[in-house]
Ligand binder design. Structure first.
Ligand code: ACO
Length: 401
């Protein structure tokens, strides 16, 4: 049931809904989540069908434009995206201001925000052409910036983009190519990473997307809004979850320690990371696809007996049969398995959330564009329930106890 409370504000009434458990802040045509059925649709297409038949470039086109592209449209879209992958040379100096041990997400927030200083020619958000160019620039340059964060933190020279590769293979090239040998990304691993990008491309009004919308509602420039989204994504309850899953698996160490760990979960000493979701109360459809991808990747690499995978499977089995989790409708989410896949792809734990940010950029910018294109857009301005001190008079400092 939906109650449109806009008329209430005229009578001075408002709702108190901490954490937005029951409040829609906007209308959107981009993504639909059916939390009870465990279904996710991008522009009406089920995520399972997209994961099986589509790819990330096509998904980007779909999220931005609302329709799947024709063959010619897809080719042209990919060509434009790949043509914008370079960043301004001055940006390499910008990186040098960071410590080498800075978290890559800290660099991502700073560098993405700084894009507005490099691309001042497209900051008129009322101009649809400027918005379009900005969307292309973001989708194109984010993998380059993400790979630069990684290379910088390792003390490695930056790799130039290789635009005859696919979007995802090019990201792997920028991450891992060395001058000593020709880098040939393994197609099975490229497909797995591309699928990770697709599964993370959008998820309607999650915390980071809502942050981008709220920041954008003031008319702030889009690069700054995306930087705000990246900052929000960094938290362990959101994009930092797959990093937290791997840390948790390391802490548990072996299957023998699972029962004691689970006792701690029930006593609320710690959470089972990678479990639970605000909207999915049946299952996260992305988790099933990610589990399958995990098997495919580990098989390709001959790592079927990977101890982390075995431990994750044991944890999942125990949790799914445990009344504590059943009563609270807690199921594995996409991040329960994505960390294992990313590790197998040689992506270090500190880069996990960066990969998420890369993939989600298209979702953020699609929502930003949808909001800005809406003639009825209003600045986001949540209300509050004030619980502080009542009115009191100022006391000069010498008279205070
Ligand atoms: N482990 C153990 N117990 C949990 C977990 C968990 N992962 N998640 C929720 N619970 C429990 C809560 O303690 C609470 O128990 P109670 O009723 O006894 O108090 C109950 O389940 C309801 O949980 P809430 O915190 O109210 O659920 P909410 O919707 O606010 O939280 C969230 C959702 C933040 C995702 C939470 O499940 C969580 O912290 N999970 C672990 C982190 C994680 O995996 N995040 C990734 C989300 S997906 C993504 O960002 C791509």
């Amino acid at each position: 049931d939906v109650v449109d409370i806009r008329q209430f504000s005229k009578t001075g009434m408002f709702t108190f809904d901490p954490g937005f458990l029951a409040t829609a802040a906007c209308e959107s045509k981009i993504t639909f989540i059916d939390g009870d059925q465990g279904q996710l649709y991008y522009r009406g297409y089920p995520i399972e069908q997209l994961a099986e038949h589509s790819d990330y470039m096509e998904t980007c086109y779909l999220l931005i434009n609302g329709e799947l592209p024709s063959e010619a449209q897809k080719k042209e879209f990919t060509r434009i995206v790949m043509r914008h992958t370079m960043v301004h040379d001055q940006m390499t100096r910008f990186f040098q201001g960071f410590r080498r041990d800075a978290h890559p997400m800290a660099m991502m927030v700073g560098v993405t925000g700084a894009l507005s200083a490099f691309y001042q020619d497209s900051l008129d958000i009322t101009n649809p052409r400027h918005r379009e160019v900005t969307m292309y620039r973001l989708i194109s340059k984010i993998p380059t910036i993400a790979a630069m964060c990684y290379r910088y933190s390792k003390g490695l020279p930056f790799n130039y983009p290789k635009n005859d590769l696919s979007y995802t293979a090019n990201f792997m090239h920028m991450m891992f190519a060395t001058p000593c040998e020709e880098y040939k990304p393994n197609p099975v691993l490229v497909k797995a990473l591309d699928r990770i990008f697709m599964l993370h491309a959008d998820h309607e009004q999650n915390a980071s997307t809502s942050t981008v919308r709220l920041a954008g509602s003031s008319g702030a420039n889009p690069f700054a809004c995306i930087a705000a989204g990246i900052a929000c994504l960094w938290g362990p309850s959101h994009g930092g979850a797959n990093e937290a899953v791997l840390k948790m698996l390391d802490e548990i160490g072996s299957i023998d320690n699972v029962p004691a760990f689970m006792e701690g979960v029930k006593n609320k000493t710690h959470k089972l990371m990678g479990f639970g979701h605000r909207v999915y109360k049946n299952m996260d459809p992305r988790a099933n696809i990610m589990r399958e991808t995990c098997y495919e990747v580990l098989k390709e690499l001959g790592l079927e007996n990977d101890p982390k995978l075995k431990l994750a499977m044991a944890l999942e089995k125990i949790a799914l049969e445990d009344p504590y989790f059943i009563e609270r409708k807690l199921y594995p989410n996409v991040d329960f398995y994505s960390g294992i896949v990313l590790t197998a792809l040689n992506i270090p734990v500190s880069m996990f959330t960066v990969v998420f940010a890369l993939a989600r950029t298209v979702g953020w910018i699609s929502h930003w564009n949808e909001m800005i294109s809406d003639p009825g857009m209003k600045i986001g301005r949540p209300r509050q329930l004030y619980t502080g001190s009542p009115r009191r008079d100022y006391v000069p400092v010498e008279q205070r106890a």
